[in-house]
Write a protein that binds this ligand. Structure first.
Ligand code: ZN
Length: 602
């Protein structure tokens, strides 16, 4: 009775199979328990003749298909398999003796799951930069991975991405694969990532099995990798991002946005050129086996490889997206967010740093409008982060904490005049009341927005988010109390507005894992008071904001919008001051020399 079917696609790699097949056939699992199916994806190098020479004890089949890529080859294997379980292996993997047994044993419970074993680079094989990169990645990744890790929808993908995205050295029940239609044959790379995401969304658990070790007999040179796989990986990443919005922020394309100006600009040009610059950039890698021997040169080689890889991937994605404009719209948006408290005349007895005058506020909004910014709501950002659609070119999120009534009187009318959306975070247990949490600490009393004001402004393009029920420091409460404050404030607001409430702002900006976890269960996003700008890759439950105080000049305000914080701007100003001082000192010094020269000659 066959329990496990091993499926291995191969294309013109007879020389590698000669090296790896003996280990696969020397397993300690009883031969009647498993079968091996090798699918030749249009091989023309004599692989078929080579395989005919093997007469192992286990069931062994070599299928021949047309050259259609690994997805089609694996699907052919799935259709031919008879085992209850399927294990996917690549032709360059050297299996440990107990690999198949380990996979079988891990499925002994009745639960339907995907078991993933680690892959390390075999000590033999080519000495190339790409191999070095892979070796480092596998080593650090698998050694840092929690051996008890379990990933199940809707858990966050986070550091478990590779367990989900590589179905090589992964085993799973065969009927699940048949039910979800197997691999997408249009994708030539990242096809296992795409299938992994589909399985994850079916609710199947992904588990890591550290003992099921396989070693990769890596033979490719960096140029071979760049010419073939890198481009296909970029294209596959774009398709997977479009099919599975949950994956977008983890994809390699999300790094498209968050780079420094010079790098971003040069890369934008490099990907647009009619021919790829990757081969030129990798010319030095022709000498990679020599580079490999000297660590400093190896590091230099890695820099070249990384740059060429990112260009090749982006060009691959571009070939499907059609234009870099589409790529920009989908992956490259930056959204600064500004945090205000009170807008109005100064209030005696309150914290002076919290009130911005209406005049100053209007000046800031005018400045934004003139520079082409559009005030968007948190739900607009969330939709873009998930789906890559519907965000203007220069979005900005204007937010107000605590929902003071002076916001409704002074700030919201200004925003409406400029057509800006914004978000107000409401302390739901104090609607129409006062700031009791500040009063307790000696601040004077301030009125908060009433239910009527909230309902009215919700119809005027303003989004209302939750800010707890009573404004406590959530990190000091028990889990049950947190739930009451967080989920309770959502219920209150939904009841008040009669529409969904999607965002939360942490009171005092304070959170821990429990708090963040509860917010994640009940909301689409959460705002911290950590400074910075928001990108695709950022954590939607720790959105960053720049705090705007009353003393910020327009220049400082601009710095908050561009850099996401005033601190960076001030650091920069200090650096500039040092540079100016150094320059003047240098000038004084050189001036003295130039004065001295004529006197010496004279
Ligand atoms: Zn607050």
């Amino acid at each position: 009775m066959i329990k496990l079917s091993v499926i291995m696609p191969t294309f013109n790699r007879r020389h590698i199979l000669e090296r790896t097949l003996p280990a696969l056939l020397a397993q300690d699992l009883p031969a009647e328990d498993y079968e091996i199916i090798i699918v030749m994806d249009g091989s023309t190098d004599g692989t078929a003749e080579f395989l005919r020479g093997w007469k192992p004890k286990c069931a062994f089949r070599a299928l021949i298909g047309p050259h259609r890529g690994p997805s089609a080859a694996r699907n052919m294997g799935i259709r031919a398999a008879v085992g209850d379980l399927v294990l996917f292996l690549d032709d360059d993997l050297i299996c440990s003796t107990g690999l198949l047994r380990q996979h079988c044993e891990a499925h002994s419970s009745s639960e339907r799951q995907v078991i993933h074993g680690p892959i390390y680079v075999a000590p033999e094989g080519s000495q190339t930069i790409i191999r070095h990169v892979l070796e480092n990645f596998y080593d650090t990744y698998y050694r840092s991975l929690d051996p008890n890790m379990e990933l199940r929808y809707p858990d966050e993908i986070g550091s478990s991405l590779s367990v989900l995205s590589s179905l090589v050295n992964s085993s799973m029940p065969r009927d699940i694969l048949i039910r979800c239609g197997g691999f997408d044959e249009d994708i030539l790379a990242s096809e296992d990532l795409e299938l992994g995401l589909r399985l994850w969304k079916l609710g199947i658990a992904f588990r890591f099995l550290p003992a099921a070790v396989a070693q990769e007999y890596y033979q490719k040179s960096s140029s071979e990798y760049l010419a073939g796989q890198a481009r296909a990986l970029g294209a596959g990443d774009l398709v997977a991002s479009r099919k599975h919005p949950e994956y977008r922020r983890y994809s390699s394309l999300s790094s498209f946005a968050e780079t420094r100006f010079v790098k971003k600009w040069s890369r934008a040009w490099l990907i647009r050129l009619p021919i790829s610059m990757a081969p030129v950039l990798t010319l030095p890698l022709r000498l990679e086996t020599w580079f490999y021997r000297f660590p400093p040169l190896r590091r230099l080689g890695m820099c070249f490889l990384r740059l060429a890889d990112s260009i090749a991937r982006l060009r691959g994605a571009l070939s499907i997206a059609g234009s870099s404009r589409v790529m920009e719209d989908e992956f490259n948006r930056r959204a600064p967010a500004l945090a205000y408290h009170q807008i109005g005349p100064p209030q005696p007895g309150t914290y002076p740093g919290l009130t911005v005058s209406p005049k100053q506020f209007e000046r800031q909004i005018r400045w934004l409008a003139r520079r082409g910014y559009t005030g968007v709501r948190p739900s607009d950002w969330v939709r873009w982060q998930r789906e890559g659609k519907g965000l203007p070119e220069k979005p900005i999120m204007i937010t107000f904490d605590d929902a003071y009534s002076d916001i409704a009187e002074h700030a919201l009318p200004i925003l409406r005049r400029y057509g800006f959306g914004a978000a107000v975070f409401v302390v739901s247990g104090r609607v129409g009341g006062t700031n009791t949490w500040d009063e307790a600490q000696g601040s004077s009393t301030l009125r908060l927005m009433t239910a009527e004001q909230i309902r009215y402004w919700a119809t005027q393009g303003i989004e209302f988010g939750a800010h707890s029920r009573t404004h406590p420091d959530l990190t000091k409460l028990s889990k049950a109390e947190c739930l009451e404050e967080i989920a309770g404030s959502k219920d209150d607001l939904v009841g008040l507005l009669g529409s969904p409430v999607t965002s939360f702002a942490y009171p005092y900006g304070k959170y821990n894992n429990t708090v963040r976890g509860i917010v994640r269960e009940h909301f689409d996003c959460g705002f911290s008071i950590e400074e910075g700008v928001n990108y695709l890759r950022g954590d939607p439950y720790l959105l960053r904001r720049a705090y705007i105080g009353p003393y910020d000049s327009l220049i400082e305000f601009a710095a908050c919008v561009h850099l996401g914080s005033l601190r960076k701007f001030r650091d920069w100003r200090v650096k500039l001051a040092i540079r100016t001082r150094l320059k003047s000192a240098f000038r004084r010094l050189t001036g003295r020399f130039s004065h001295q020269e004529p006197s010496q000659s004279g």
